[in-house]
Design a protein around this ligand. Sequence first.
Ligand code: BGC
Length: 352
Amino acid sequence: MAIEKRFFGNLDENTPIYLYKITNAQGASVTLQTLGAGIQSLCMPDRDGNLADVVLGFDDPKLYTDPDYGYQGLTVGRWANRIRDGKFTFHGRECHTPQNQGSWTLHGGGRFSFTPWEVAETGDDYIVFSRFSPDGEDGFPGDFTMTVKYTLTQDNVLRIEYTVNSDVDTVANPTNHAYFNLSGDPNKTVEAHTLQILADAFTETDASQLPTGVLSPVKGTMMDFTQPHPIGDRIDEPFRAVIDGVGYDNNYCLRSRDGSFAPAAVLADPSSGRKMTVVTDLPGLQLYCGGWLSRDYTVGKGDSLVTYRRGVALETQFYPDTVNFPDSFPFWYVKGGVPFTTVTEFRFTADA
Ligand code: BGC
């Protein structure tokens, strides 16, 4: 089935945002938006074949550009997650990145998420978005082009391939910030979803959620998702690396950290049977359950209220602030003139 394009809305009078919908033979579909090369909707079947949208979001592109609304479904670049004090040194060059949250950088400052991307190419089952970022933009080295290719396969796999080209050596940590609610009902919290993460350790963090450099075992703590169990079981337990009332917002150190493409997590919703397996070649996964989203938002898609803990983000990534731990955290950088690629898949199935 051919890709369908339609107008989504205007960011301002000169900035239209478009949607591109890919549908497979089973009727499953993904709708991507040019704003932030983002996922706007993802319709997947439950155990009876009923399709429902399994990602949170909005009906108006402008709402996506409010950082307090949580980067819903958007691509994050150049560097996902946190950079302490908005600075790091790379190949002897001191880089100063936006201190857009507290004293640190969050999600590269937000520019990659909150601006429109070019559409470089489309096919029946894929689209490629592209964004050029000049040397020094937001402090990062290199004339830098990122492309994001989304493919929806016939067997309900959403594949995301990020490719970076830079003229000189630089750093990149692209991710996607979709919030999944596999029940298809954004008024239900994700606490009844079961989760398994193939990780035996997590990055210890300080009071500002910045890594200390220590990797600690999950065993015996609320962080342990080595066996599948409901997210809500221990989410409100007091724990040193979790902010009270927020719940999980932590980076897991995946078992596979050598760049091989391997399963990272399995999320399942017992009520609908929908299940999603995350596969990636990156070494980390941020588990974030929407605990910073306000408890009283009154916006969402349709008449849904997008609120606290209504979605779970599983952000594949290099560990937060790796640019300040390049020798101790697993890391490979972008080599000048050599394409850098990373792939994440969200594979959907349904349990009987
Ligand atoms: C961060 C959260 C943040 C959210 C939305 C996540 O990756 O870890 O702390 O609130 O993104 O910006």
